[in-house]
Design a protein around this ligand. Sequence first.
Ligand code: COA
Length: 267
Amino acid sequence: MSPFRTDLFAGRVALLTGGGTGITRGIAEMLAAHGAETVLVSRKAEHVMSAATEIEQTFKRRSLGFAADVRQPESLEVAVAYAVKELGRLDILVNGAAGNFPCPSGDLTPNGFGTVIDIDAKGTFNACRAAYHAWMREHGGSILNISATLHYGGTPGQVHVAAAKAAVDALTRTLAVEWGPLGIRSNAIAPGPIGDTEGAKRLFPGEVGERIAAAVPIQRLGTIADIAALALFVLSDAGANLNGAIIPSDGGLSLRGIFDQAFTSRL
Ligand code: COA
């Protein structure tokens, strides 16, 4: 049972990159379940078209798929123009498209590093820029970027992702200040380990996931539903005073320090 009113986003239109799968798909479903019309953008046409059809059938709200690569600014401009043309407006942009694979830094090629920067950091900028010019500069709106917590410390094998998400955080804060006066809020959610995503199955399968869950202060991995509910709060009028916020949703995992076990054992 949702804690939010089911018509919370009635009359609003959201475009989500990476919307065909995982966390962003969960946010798209949550928005549709609360009245929003959605446009899902992903480079994989087969994912995004079937996801949009399923969302439309389940929630009885228009949902459109659009195949575009966030690394190509022009294709995002076309995607945003399509959203505005078909659904009449663009209130919400969720930047969820991301690349991630574990790789020791010494083995990562310059192109491997750059590919994740291109998808996460430049892709987020490209989508923000397209939404700004096509709609938000004139009408305001709300941008939600999906960041991470792994760059708060050092996470081995994630140098490319950490650098990219740090850039996403910087972009979130900068746009908050620069575009805030235009009625555009810019915020980010920083998920910790989310157990029910494809990425989690690859990055921390089975027992590794259990060990991570045991290290989380609330003793569990996050879920897509956790992130989707938080997204709804941030994007709704309940979050009207949030701008430039980067909100971790990780059960407190990123707060743990190297001394915590030693001190806990003395309590
Ligand atoms: N280990 C090391 N390097 C890798 C890699 C891996 N597992 N996967 C990709 N790369 C490198 C490639 O070697 C290539 O560099 P090179 O040309 O110097 O060899 C570069 O990254 C680009 O790879 P390519 O497969 O051509 O790019 P792509 O555009 O098809 O896909 C990703 C790149 C990042 C999207 C894809 O590899 C990926 O990780 N997909 C998963 C997305 C995901 O999990 N999203 C959820 C985020 S939490």
